[in-house]
Design a protein around this ligand. Structure first.
Ligand SMILES: [Zn+2]
Ligand SMILES: [Zn+2]
Ligand SMILES: [Zn+2]
Length: 166
């Protein structure tokens, strides 16, 4: 067993969390989990690119395999927003939901409810044991809203719409 000196203050919790779920601690797994911490809601391609510098010969296939192991063991959550390939995040077990922009695809986390997860209690559970309420709020992010307003302003004829309030 080798003891590696870890930089003070930035000790990663991932080796311990991997061991806790019975997964072997490997540099690839730790690098992927740390990359995922830094890039929430990442696509496989983005994660591969983010971790490739830290791991030798990192193939996309091995990224898929590791992600699947993480999801099965509850270390990582997989989400599939409408119109997007699967995305991954390390924020798990809190049943948080997602705001997804239909303009640019931006994704933001939104808490289910502080101290509770009321969505996990459906009116009729049909005998299911529910673990996730996969709620997605679709809309336009603030950047896309301003872009839309600017486009609308540019296309209006000032003689018929003089914006008297300005
Ligand atoms: Zn947007
Ligand atoms: Zn999220
Ligand atoms: Zn909820």
């Amino acid at each position: 067993m080798t003891m590696l000196a870890e930089p003070v203050g930035v000790e990663s919790a991932w080796p311990e969390r991997l061991r806790a779920v019975g997964l072997r601690v490997t540099p690839r797994r730790v690098a992927l989990l740390e990359a995922l911490d830094a890039h929430p809601h990442a696509l496989v391609d983005e994660l591969h690119a983010a971790a490739a510098g830290a791991v030798d010969h990192l193939t996309k296939q091995s990224v898929y395999i590791s992600l699947n192991d993480f999801v099965v063991h509850g270390l990582v959550r997989r989400i599939e927003p409408p119109g997007s390939a699967a995305r991954y995040e390390t924020r798990t077990a809190d049943n948080h939901h997602h705001l997804v922009c239909e303009g640019c695809g931006a994704i933001a986390d939104v808490d289910c409810a502080v101290g509770a997860a009321p969505c996990l209690t459906p009116a009729d559970d049909a005998g299911f044991v529910v673990h996730t309420a996969d709620v997605t709020y679709l809309g336009l992010c603030s950047k896309c809203q301003s872009a839309q307003r600017m486009a609308a302003d540019n296309s209006t004829n000032p003689t018929t719409n003089p914006h008297p309030e300005n």
